[in-house]
Design a protein. Structure first.
Lengths: 180, 355, 251
């Protein structure tokens, strides 16, 4: 049976929502999967809401729009409130618990609370909460792994900021190892 | 085949244009196509090409006319309100029989409308858009890969037939990223004896012009142009058939909605509903023949589009109204969900195609 | 028999369609003489406007493209950017250049686009039969200002040279006239300089030629030439409005 994973990353503009999605899409591409990445777009405003749909699949992808995610990554409260009920039954929700106090009430989904923003501060990588939470996604979602994270990061970290490769990797691994 | 890279649809169009030999681009910022201009602004200076941000879409399309009249490959891009502004220039390109590529990454309308994806410039694109009798070749990509490959195709067709090729995309296609292989293959070159290259005092002057004050001459010119269009309708139709072999219901959809429809068709098939899809890749020339043939086998058609029902008219014309055609649509930047399309398929299926 | 006067090489044998007494013929000739003298006929590409000069493409022997109303500078921009070694000029009237094409005019100047613009100002829309132009004088009677141009309701004429003199990108802007021998000679000098500038890569040059429209002004050709002196030139003073290279030399 072919497999497909539909992810929705959501948060504020500036949190690296699109970047994290792009990283996962590239990782999928490197692993010979079919991938699509679709950002929300709107009037340009720092701090506005941002989300992106990512699909990683063994089969050609039909619609790139993720209305009913298998995996939701929520990095602010409005995003959690907006998409919590859209997640499929049996799906997974990843929450940045530093920024979101609310607990998920649904019982038919797996929920992971990661204090990603706090961890980022503690590790002096404060812009990388997105990659910490992505690390946890790699740990918990079936068929995801730490394989090829170097190669995928090289595709998404711009050449001008090549020195950031290492900290991105650190962030992913610290999320991966987080046991909450 | 070159290595696959993840690219936004807008960027794929820009890079494909450059690979197709387009070294002149004129644009103006408008959401959701601005990445095309930004990409060109970065790349053109590095290859000795021209990127110019014009003072308006009107000026941009007229700069396109200038380059096209010299015989070189040239492109402009915009989104719906901007393409309305370009309509005058597109009509002149048609009247002068000049090749050029125009990209429309559609957003909702009318008026300033919205900035989210739409397909409501269908009529404007396939029926002409500006004044006078003319057509553009209209290509409708449904993936980032097609944003690139249909851009190669657009330049080739524009030169081959000396006319405007339009890429009719939408905000989703422009903004999304998918793996894309940028391989232009062999780029054909075409003789352009009419091009303004300076007479060098060796030949009679070339004139690029759309003015014919004698009605007999303009009449003749239009008939000649429509002979060319007939050839294109015979030779250049492109479409994709999906699960049509035994289909009783035929979905017709292009661009992003064709992908949404595919999800719905797969779900319907899983329930045993015999539904397939014909996806026009060229919206002009429209795949009339294959649709008309499908009408002899299918009991009903469903047009899935992000407009208030524009393509549906061409479907009805193509099948000579032999079978009912139903509309499944969202507009204003809303994209139909697979569930909505599935519900329409179920409804048509349950009613046996007759309401 | 010696030839004492002949048609410039750069003009075709086509018979001009302009009305009797219209000064377009003189201006065409001046442009053609300049092209001949500079030896650029084979590499010049003209851009024709919408207006009386729409068929300029039939009168010059160089390659030509006909542009939509007001868009000639944008089309010229494309032609020039396609091949900067070509000499590109537009030939436009007042409605074309100073009304519908104002943006194209100002922005091609602002970009210091290396083109030459010949701007024929006769204060009226000639081709459509004599309507009010952006340069129609206050009080002037036209088909669409039948009681005379009332500046209270329709505003003031646009003074193109004065306007462009404030555009940093414009290199050379001069207003000339062709209503007498002395003015014609000056006009030719200015037109030649405008083409010479382009050859030397000096950027945007515009020559405004104060012209006549005896037919739509309702005057004899002779009276029209006098009217230029009496009415037009006082409102549109002749002279150099901008010449950045002369300014630099003066420093």
């Amino acid at each position: 049976m072919s497999k497909s994973c539909k992810l929705l990353f959501a948060g504020f503009g500036g949190q690296g929502i699109l970047f994290a999605g792009k990283f996962l899409a590239y990782k999928g591409l490197i692993e010979d999967k079919q991938v699509s990445w679709l950002p929300s777009y709107g009037p340009e405003m720092r701090g506005g809401t941002a989300n992106c749909s990512v699909i990683i699949s063994d089969e050609p992808i039909g619609s790139p729009i993720v209305d009913a995610p298998d995996v939701l990554i929520a990095m602010n409260l409005p995003s959690l409130e907006k998409y919590e009920n859209a997640v499929v039954s049996g799906g997974k929700i990843f929450i940045d618990s530093t920024l979101i106090d609310k607990k998920v009430e649904r019982t038919d989904v797996d929920v992971y609370y990661i204090p990603a923003t706090q961890m980022a501060y503690d590790n002096n990588i404060k812009t990388l909460a997105n990659m910490i939470i992505t690390g946890k996604v790699l740990k918990e979602v079936e068929d995801f792994s730490l394989d090829n994270i170097d190669a995928a990061l090289k595709k998404v970290v711009s050449a001008r900021k090549i020195e950031l490769l290492g900290v991105n990797e650190t962030a992913i691994k610290s999320g991966y190892d987080y046991e909450g | 085949m070159s290595e696959k890279v993840l690219m936004k649809g807008n960027e794929a169009i820009a890079e494909a244009a450059i690979l197709a030999g387009c070294h002149h681009y004129f644009g103006y910022p408008i959401t959701p196509q601005t990445e095309v201009a930004a990409y060109m602004a970065k790349r053109m200076p590095k290859i000795g090409g021209t990127f110019l941000q014009a003072e308006s879409e009107v000026s941009a399309i007229n700069m396109v006319i200038g380059v096209a009249s010299t015989g070189k490959r040239v492109m402009t891009s915009s989104s719906s309100p901007g393409v309305s502004l370009k309509a005058e220039g597109i009509s002149y390109l048609a009247g002068c029989d000049l090749p050029a590529v125009v990209v429309n990454v559609q957003r909702g309308g009318p008026g300033l409308g919205g900035i989210q994806p739409s397909q409501s410039d269908y009529f404007q694109s396939v029926k002409g858009g500006g004044h006078g009798d003319y057509h553009n070749i209209v290509l409708a990509p449904a993936s980032v890969q097609e944003m690139a490959s249909l851009t190669f195709k657009a330049f080739d067709l524009a030169d081959k037939y000396s006319m405007v090729s339009m890429i009719l995309a939408d905000g989703t296609m422009g903004q999304m990223m998918e793996p894309v292989s940028l391989d232009a293959g062999e780029v054909n070159t075409y003789e352009k004896p009419w091009a303004l290259t300076g007479t060098n005092c060796e030949r009679k002057h070339n004139i690029v012009n759309s003015l014919y004050l004698k009605p007999e001459a303009l009449d003749q010119k239009n008939f000649e142009r429509y002979e060319k269009y007939k050839t294109i309708e015979e030779n250049e139709v492109m479409y994709e058939e999906y699960l049509m072999d035994d289909a009783e219901i035929c979905v017709v959809s292009f661009g992003i909605t064709a992908r949404v429809a595919k999800n719905a068709i797969n779900e319907a098939r899983a329930k045993g509903v015999k539904v397939g899809m014909i996806r026009p890749i060229t919206l002009w020339p429209f795949p009339k023949k294959v649709l008309n043939e499908a009408a002899d086998k299918c009991k009903a058609f469903i047009s899935v589009e992000m407009s208030m029902g524009q393509m549906i008219e061409d479907i009805e014309l193509a099948i000579r109204c032999k079978k009912p055609v139903y509309l499944c649509n969202r507009v204003g930047g809303m994209i139909p969900t697979p569930e909505e399309v599935l519900a329409k398929i179920d409804e048509v299926n349950e009613n046996g195609g007759a309401f | 028999m010696s030839v004492v006067f002949e048609k410039p090489k750069s003009l075709t044998d086509a018979v001009l369609h302009y009305c009797p007494g219209c000064t377009h013929g003189i201006i065409h000739r001046l442009v053609a003489e300049v092209i001949d003298e500079l030896g650029i006929e084979g590499k010049t590409i003209g851009v024709a406007p919408v207006g009386c000069a729409v068929m300029a493409y039939d009168y010059f022997t160089c390659d030509f493209v006909q542009a939509a109303h007001g868009r000639a500078p944008a089309v010229a921009t494309g032609v020039k950017r396609s091949d900067p070694s070509k000499i590109v000029f537009t030939y436009q009237g007042d409605g074309d250049l100073a009304a519908i094409g104002t943006a194209e005019t100002v922005h091609s100047a602002a970009r210091r686009e290396n083109i030459t613009v010949i701007f024929v100002n006769n204060a009226i829309y000639g081709m459509t039969g004599g309507q009010m132009a952006p340069t129609t004088l206050p009080g002037q009677v036209t088909q669409t200002s039948p009681y005379g141009r009332d500046v209270e309701t329709v505003g003031y004429p646009v003074k193109v040279c004065e306007l462009l003199s404030n555009v940093d990108g414009a290199a050379y802007v001069e207003r000339v006239a062709v209503n007498n021998v002395k003015n014609v000679k000056n006009a030719k000098k200015a037109i030649k300089k405008a083409f010479q500038n382009q050859i030397e890569g000096k950027g945007f040059s515009l020559i405004e030629v104060v012209s006549t429209c005896p037919t739509n002004w309702g005057m004899t050709p002779e009276k029209a030439l006098e009217w230029v002196d009496e009415k037009m030139i006082p409102y549109y003073p002749l002279g150099v409005y901008k010449d950045i290279y002369a300014e630099e030399e003066a420093k």
